[in-house]
Ligand binder design. Structure first.
Ligand SMILES: Cc1ncc(COP(=O)(O)O)c(C=O)c1O
Length: 401
């Protein structure tokens, strides 16, 4: 679909045949210690969107700015919408889990990476650089491997080893940086300026938000062309939240839904920059230190857009402690058979705290974004394996179950 860019921070609007990153007017003009300014949104012609209302056999591709190249080469969806019977009974809520943890690289990040790969191919580029602490890098590296693209991945040297190992195996050029994620981000931007290629940094490349919206469109199609009333989104940089909002915003603009679902920003109380900005109206960076590494973010790249999205949707923020996140992770395993990483479990922890506010006739969705196998180190010292028994039938009488 034909598209243009809009900056909600300064009102800039423009079209380009080139790859565009931050707003050319206000991008990067934020004050020291504040959230990044000038993230661009991809905007479509309203008439073209409205025409989708009468289209038969709607698909996610109908809502995208680039054609996904041979989607069967690396499918990013459809992921299951699970109805967890025991949890539904216990909470009395009509809740479903959107299992984006089941995407091929093990996290939601496949969605953005696939659209950026298609963007690169459409522009005749074969090299993609990015900064990541794990999941985005693994997703981009996997898709790079599938399409034969060169992936240059800048990571803080302290990033979780098990997530980085994936990218090494996918044959990406992994560049550990003795510095923070912000340092890796800056180096990756400089890399594409000097050496060319596409930059896939989260939110910085507007196609990352656009790719993430596919989850919302998929949900709408899975629910029989209906929307949920409320959706719980695990949040760090606010790029997934921005994407979830954008999917429903496009559906609303197309006249396919009557209103936006309430978008609930789920954060760790030890990494709550967006929750605090939503409540205080001040876009200030925080010190982040949660065990849920994927949502541990001091300076959220898409913080401003995320705050607008929460507000416009009538949503709000819910915080969970690290203990609540780890308890939620184990509860999802024990009561639903779903093993997700702590960042995803944060959304479930927030749902449990907030479910009293969900109406009797409302449909809730909890977005589960990363598989638990990504980060087994969180269980060290917390969960142990049972001792082995002797190979003797007498041992069976001693078992308490
Ligand atoms: C598994 C998982 N969940 C949630 C998030 C949070 O997404 P965002 O940083 O866009 O808010 C991330 C980001 O890395 C992630 O990897």
């Amino acid at each position: 679909m034909k598209f243009r860019y809009r900056c909600y921070d300064c009102g800039y609007e423009g079209e380009s045949d080139e790859i565009v990153y931050l707003c050319p007017k206000c991008g990067g003009s934020q004050k020291e210690g504040e959230f990044l300014k000038g993230i661009l949104s991809v905007i479509y012609d309203e008439k073209e969107l409205r025409a989708l209302k009468d289209k038969k056999d709607l698909s996610v591709q109908d809502f995208l700015p680039y054609q996904i190249v041979t989607p069967e080469c690396f499918p990013a969806g459809v992921t299951p919408l699970v109805k967890p019977e025991r949890i539904r009974k216990e909470t009395g809520c009509d809740v479903s889990f959107k299992m984006d943890s089941q995407l091929l690289s093990g996290s939601f990040k496949d969605r953005a990476s696939l659209l950026v790969a298609s963007q690169a191919i459409a522009h005749g580029q074969t090299r993609i650089a990015l900064a990541s602490t794990g999941n985005a890098g693994a997703a981009m590296s996997a898709i790079g491997a599938a399409y034969g693209l060169d992936i240059i991945l800048f990571v803080p040297a302290t990033a979780p080893v098990n997530k980085l190992m994936q990218s090494v195996l996918y044959n990406a050029h992994v560049v550990p940086v003795k510095g923070t994620y912000d340092d890796a981000f800056a180096l990756s931007v400089e890399y594409t300026k000097r050496k060319g290629g596409v930059n896939r940094n989260t939110a910085y490349n507007p196609m990352t938000i656009e790719g993430k919206k596919c989850s919302s469109i998929e949900m709408f199609l899975q629910m029989g062309e209906k929307r949920p009333d409320v959706i719980y989104v695990p949040t760090g940089d606010g790029c997934i939240l921005g994407g979830i909002y954008k999917g429903f915003y496009d559906l609303l603009s197309a006249g396919l839904i009557d209103a936006l679902p309430r978008i609930i920003c789920c954060q760790s109380d030890a990494s709550d920059a967006i929750a605090s900005a939503f409540e205080s109206g001040q876009y200030r960076n925080v010190k982040a230190s949660t065990i849920a590494d994927s949502i541990s973010v001091s300076s959220p790249a898409n913080g401003r857009m995320a705050v607008r999205a929460i507000r416009e949707s009538g949503g709000y923020a819910v915080r969970a402690t690290d203990d609540e996140i780890l308890t939620a992770q184990r509860e999802l395993c024990a009561k639903a058979g779903l093993f997700v990483e702590p960042a995803s479990a944060c959304a479930y922890a927030a749902f449990r705290k907030d479910c009293k506010n969900i109406g009797k006739d409302e449909k809730a969705v909890v977005l589960l974004t990363g598989t638990g196998f990504k980060d087994m180190s969180v269980f060290q010292g917390r969960v142990s394996l049972p001792d082995a028994i002797e190979n003797d039938v007498k041992e069976l009488d001693r078992l308490p179950f």
